[in-house]
Write a protein that binds this ligand. Structure first.
Ligand SMILES: C[S@@+](CC[C@H](N)C(=O)[O-])C[C@H]1O[C@@H](n2cnc3c(N)ncnc32)[C@H](O)[C@@H]1O
Length: 218
């Protein structure tokens, strides 16, 4: 099958800038207290559900996968960029990292207790996002949780909008619109955390964390 162009351009861009990206995001994550709070809540709920492994999809250099591990989860990372996966494997040799696309996971149906997709769906063109969300739904176990984090639009009815991302073309979404898409995929909203846009936030945009669950009976 011919690979969609956005996957090859995103991969090439992250491969080229992987080293710079790590230097930028690792110190940043130390101070992202509200992101960490959302991740801690996600981890607590996955642990409470007792349901299986967690995939960090679009894991980049693997620091958040490693953080999930410290929170008591059996976590592994998947990323399009072989350079990113190489960095992750070197930094965290005790963890599993695979090269792959979140749109076509090498996983059986219903095997995951959780999926984390942190600022990684932003590079998927909006008309292709339903395909990725359907893949998340497929691999989650009944009762499994998805935490989706992304740069947001503060206008609730605004359509997804391309923005000038430092690495590759990216899109920001109104949390309401993305929550609706998740509902249409069959996922049920549990909670949302919206961080106000500020100069020190990513690009100054608000950031959204949507926590949703695959129903036990679907
Ligand atoms: C902005 S970085 C976020 C990295 C990490 N999740 C974090 O929180 O720092 C986006 C990452 O998503 C990856 N990515 C983008 N589209 C992807 C796809 N379709 N499948 C897997 N990874 C993807 C990129 O290669 C990149 O490493």
């Amino acid at each position: 099958m011919i690979e969609p162009l956005h996957l090859s351009t995103t991969r090439e861009s992250y491969d080229r800038l992987a080293g710079d990206y790590v230097e930028l995001v690792l110190p940043m994550f130390e101070n992202e207290h509200l992101d960490r709070a959302a991740i801690a809540a996600f981890a607590g709920l996955v642990r409470a559900g007792g349901a299986g492994e967690v995939a960090d999809l679009g894991c980049g250099p693997g620091h958040v996968t490693a953080h999930l591990h410290t929170l008591g989860l059996t976590a592994f990372g998947v990323d399009l960029s072989p350079e990113m996966i190489g960095l992750a494997r070197r930094a965290y040799p005790h963890l599993r990292f695979d090269v792959g696309s979140m749109t076509d996971l090498d996983l059986a149906d219903g095997v995951l207790g959780g999926v984390l997709a942190r600022y990684s769906i932003i590079h998927t063109p909006p008309d292709r996002l339903p395909e990725a969300l359907a893949e998340f739904y497929r691999v989650l176990a009944p009762g499994g949780l998805l935490l989706l984090s992304f740069q947001a639009h503060d206008e609730p009815s605004a359509p997804p909008e391309a923005f000038d991302h430092a690495v590759a073309t990216a899109y920001r979404w109104s949390p309401d619109r993305l929550a609706e898409l998740l509902r249409e995929t069959g996922l049920v909203e549990v909670a949302r955390l919206i961080l106000a846009g500020s100069e020190d936030a990513k690009r100054g945009f608000p950031q959204a964390h949507l926590l949703v669950r695959k129903p036990v009976e679907s």
